[in-house]
Design a binder for this molecule. Sequence first.
Ligand code: GAR
Length: 207
Amino acid sequence: MTQKIRIAALVSGRGTNLQAIVDGCRQGLIDGEVVLTITNRAQAGAVDRCRREGIPCLYVDNRRFSSRESFDAEVASTLRQARVDLVILAGFMRLLTPVLIRAFDGRIMNIHPSLLPSFPGLHPQQQAVDHGVRFTGCTVHFVDEGVDSGPIILQAVVPVLDDDNEESLRQRILHQEHIVYPQAIQLFAQGRLKIEGRRVRILSSSG
Ligand code: GAR
């Protein structure tokens, strides 16, 4: 049996991806456990989810810190103390600094609601509608020091319909996010992700 990995989630919003991952762990789809959640928003919906699920949730108020680096140093130290194997960003609306990225090099994942490298940054669904693309989707990637730019693990494609707006597209993409994020985490848990420069090789399950 595979050893369970210790997962920490950084969240700022509703936490539906966090929920999908917690459910995936409980259902045995992920050989892991969410041992800690950190939020920079006390009112985030994800906080209520943690309470319901009995997952420790730590609120770190970024306004207490004089720099992004000092906030990240505190987060990195907390994650180290919790002996975390993998950090997942699940709607965490802050850019990480090298302080945190280097502390967990190759062990931080993010999900972004577009087919990267198209439409990084804010409002990717609106960007897709405005640009007139026929397909968009979501991307799970390792985090590097750029914005939504790290090596890509998995993607899912979502068609853009003629009457789509930001909200309708957001919902259909989110549905796919809840499928691919747990899958990517399970590949990591199984030790099947190998970063080779910009590319991520997925090793076969037999090794
Ligand atoms: C998700 O759509 C996620 O892809 C996006 O925030 C939403 C969080 O929803 N993340 C980004 O845009 C990061 N650049 P959730 O809180 O319900 O999981």
